[in-house]
Write a protein that binds this ligand. Sequence first.
Ligand SMILES: NC(=O)C1=CN([C@@H]2O[C@H](COP(=O)(O)OP(=O)(O)OC[C@H]3O[C@@H](n4cnc5c(N)ncnc54)[C@H](OP(=O)(O)O)[C@@H]3O)[C@@H](O)[C@H]2O)C=CC1
Ligand SMILES: O=C1O[C@H](COP(=O)(O)O)[C@@H](O)[C@H](O)[C@H]1O
Length: 616
Amino acid sequence: RSGLRLRLRAMALPCSNAATATATSDPFLYAKGITRKGAEFGSLAAAAVRFPSVRFSNPSCRVSFRRRMPERTFALFAPSDMVVSEDGLATTVAKDSSNILKFYKITQNEGINEMAIDVSRESTVSITVVGASGDLAKKKIFPALFALYYEGCLPKHFTIYGYARSKMTTEQLRTTVCQTLTCRIDQSESCGEIIEEFLDRCFYHSGHYNVEEDFAELDKALQQQEGGRVANRLFYLSIPPDVFVDVVRCASKCASSLKGWMRMIVEKPFGRDLESSAELTRDLKQYLSEEQIFRIDHYLGKELVEDLSVLRFSNLIFEPLWSRQYIRNVQILFSEDFGTEGRGGYFDNYGIIRDIMQNHLLQILALFAMEPPVSMNAEDIRNEKVKVLRSMRPLQLEDVVVGQYKSHVKGGIKYPGYTDDKTVPSNSITPTFAAAALFIDNARWDGVPFLMKAGKALHNRRAEVRVQFRHVPGNLFKRSFGMDLDQATNELVIRVQPDEAIYLKINNKVPGLGMRLDHINLNLLYADRYSREIPDAYERLLLDAIEGERRLFIRSDELDAAWSIFTPLLKALEVRRVAPELYPYGSRGPTGAHYLAAKYHVRWGDVGSEPQNAQA
Ligand SMILES: NC(=O)C1=CN([C@@H]2O[C@H](COP(=O)(O)OP(=O)(O)OC[C@H]3O[C@@H](n4cnc5c(N)ncnc54)[C@H](OP(=O)(O)O)[C@@H]3O)[C@@H](O)[C@H]2O)C=CC1
Ligand SMILES: O=C1O[C@H](COP(=O)(O)O)[C@@H](O)[C@H](O)[C@H]1O
């Protein structure tokens, strides 16, 4: 009788001194302590475990505390499993790789009869942003770290180091970082002070990426800040891929933590094809275990991408429809209204298929199409994603259309073509646009086209998933729709960005004496429903990496499966030197995409009129 299996994230980091724990009248852990900002967290813990979705009779029910905490004073870490049996016996052992072991045995009558809580007041997290002088570090990583600090999500003791070759002082780094920070969450607080506090924890160390001595120096600097505490170290590799392995070698040899954990967030691109990706994985694994590698795909950290599983698995109405029986096609769309400006040098070596499709869009597809996982644990989810990816057919050249933007004059402004970029060869055939039809050869999705479209320098910036359902059989209202049944079929749209929304296109009778039908949207526009600002994807992912939560990071077998789908196509495009169809900057992309969709009797959902209430 295992009863309720409750996933508990131990609440240790924010405690000031010792935490105490007692059993409440419910057979749950009632941990009590003082948060960093002085709030007592015991009652909140109890409230969280009493969350109404928790039912004793449901053994697979899981609660992740962090997501449910209403307060922003919590910094949680170290996932642990808590097993509560119906007779009130609860045991939990924290499975944490950071030398922190928590063990509770709780009975309803006796309370806690055995317990060891390391409140880890002597541990610290050092975060080193490697490539701190770069675009991503400034644009995303430092602002995300600040947002986490602002939300009280970083541990009590932490240090942030910027590392790069550029010569810069700590003061200069702070000045640069400061310009990117905003107090977007709560303007009423004394934001300036919090920024100052945060900047005081930021330092800079200049060094080469392949020089072990430079990392040994970094190690000394880190140790000085860590002040003898158990040191956990997170490295964020925000650098071009050709220096990944050098950094991993130097950092793991000369700047790894002796007692705490060491984790590395690795940015894409993870290779250019199946072989180079496997080689990179092999090289990284000379120095790191798979558990230490956090391959980031920031689309997995986007709110609506996370919501896909909630939508599907917590609503009875969707899951039964989620198959070839009711779904005609699925479209995963990405567009940007700007070109590769400033990143042409990188982009030309990769192209849109590697830059967006093989990772971001395929990850969305995998989450969308996977079978229900055993639980929401990282390995259970990633196992299902791998299964669905391995069921996919490798892409064929005839199922792909590629394009490249050319210059265009609009309103007296000349927008540059891709090859006008000085860092791009003038004869480049690198695609900046691609459309593809993919298929999953399994029982659920047999024959359903999954269409992807991704492009730069298009008419708008948008990312969305569109699910087009089948026509209603023997539709009584067919005559009201005229010939265009497609217009009348239900479509579920999950708009990832901008203006996050979920809406469902349905048919409705126009009020009145006649029988006129209207296609309208049941619309959940996030900005209308939720006042809280949506966190940036990098915030969620950084916090997960600090907590050791791997659910939103890519495992190496997932990566292999993803490359297996795209590598044959990428090779064919290169070997045959397939010329991209040119499209004007700011347009809707090449017309070839429409022919590709038509081949599978599909109409792109983003083309044509959107009912009014779908707009933000
Ligand atoms: N920028 C973005 O929007 C996104 C970036 N990424 C990925 O994140 C990583 C970082 O991106 P981003 O910040 O744009 O990259 P940058 O080109 O800005 O490079 C980051 C830093 O790396 C160093 N660097 C640049 N080129 C080289 C080189 N050839 N050899 C050694 N060091 C070099 C530079 O620091 P210094 O000279 O001071 O050492 C630079 O400031 C990349 O892997 C990129 O693919 C992923 C998603 C989005
Ligand atoms: O990974 C990448 O993503 C960005 C788009 O990210 P978004 O969060 O702004 O949608 C893209 O511009 C870039 O080319 C690519 O490398």
